[in-house]
Design a binder for this molecule. Structure first.
Ligand code: ATP
Length: 243
């Protein structure tokens, strides 16, 4: 066996008669950053949601630290150390920043750890500390992404999955968010990052997988994919300025 924390093999998800994903395989080694790339509708969100237990797999397997977790409920998966900062954030907008963060810690068996985890989130995201008593509904997009990330970190995960963290955010905000992700990685956190912002994701990732219509069609070291303009044009629908 490798040092894989997470192994996904031939994962499939159906939405009634519709196919969400047909055949997705990926490996996330401990301590690495893995990017999941693909254009709109390729199946990134469905893949992360299936790993997190938010949608049931119709086929294939999800193995977390050697245990099969496919089909387990979301709370059991978070409790096992695998957290998701979802697309669209899914915050409780009437609750304060701090209340949202504390909700992320409900799966922790040892509640005495909550103050230290809260302090860690506030030191990673000082803006959240400033706004801790503000309702989540009053936050900017960038602050909401920080809060969704912070809430996932409150479960003290070994692996953090982020679904399109850069979506809709101003470039300066994205840059600062990615700096924080770099910090988390240096602290030893493993990351699985779904992104449409290909260049950005390939800058921070060690390895990347490309999804197309619900299948992993390509994988490789991030540096190699970043250099391959054909790959970007064919699979990711990006225009290239290279002549
Ligand atoms: P996006 O960037 O738009 O989130 P994505 O790569 O994350 O794209 P998914 O959202 O996972 O892709 O979508 C994969 C496929 O599943 C698409 O064909 C989509 O239309 C379909 N799909 C996603 N959610 C549902 C749903 N709740 N019901 C039916 N079909 C869905």
């Amino acid at each position: 066996m490798t040092d894989a924390l997470l192994e996904v093999r031939n994962l499939a998800v159906r939405y009634g008669d519709l196919i969400g994903i047909a055949d997705v395989s990926l490996t996330v080694p401990a301590g690495k950053v893995v990017a999941l790339l693909g254009s709109n509708g390729a199946g990134k969100t469905t893949t992360l949601n299936a790993i997190a237990g938010l949608v049931p797999p119709a086929g294939g397997s999800v193995t977390w630290m050697g245990q099969a977790i496919g089909g387990k409920p979301a709370y059991a998966i978070v409790g096992g150390g695998l957290a998701l900062a979802p697309e669209g954030w899914r915050l409780f907008v009437q609750q304060t920043v701090e209340q949202n963060l504390r909700l992320g810690a409900t799966v922790l068996a040892d509640k005495k750890r909550v103050p230290a985890l809260l302090e860690r989130v506030f030191s990673l995201f000082p803006r959240l500390a400033e706004r801790r008593r503000q309702r989540a509904g009053t936050l900017s997009g960038g602050e909401r992404q920080m809060l969704a990330t912070g809430r996932a970190l409150m479960s003290d995960p070994k692996l953090l999955m982020l679904d399109e963290p850069s979506l809709g955010l101003a470039p300066a905000v994205v840059e600062s968010l990615y700096e924080t992700l770099g910090q988390l990685r240096r602290d030893g956190l493993t990351l699985l990052l779904a992104e449409q912002a290909v260049e950005l994701a390939l800058e921070v990732a060690d390895h990347a997988y490309v999804l197309q219509t619900g299948r992993t069609v390509l994988e490789g070291p991030a540096a190699q994919l970043a250099d391959d303009r054909d790959v970007q044009r064919i699979y990711l629908g990006l225009e290239t300025t290279a002549s």
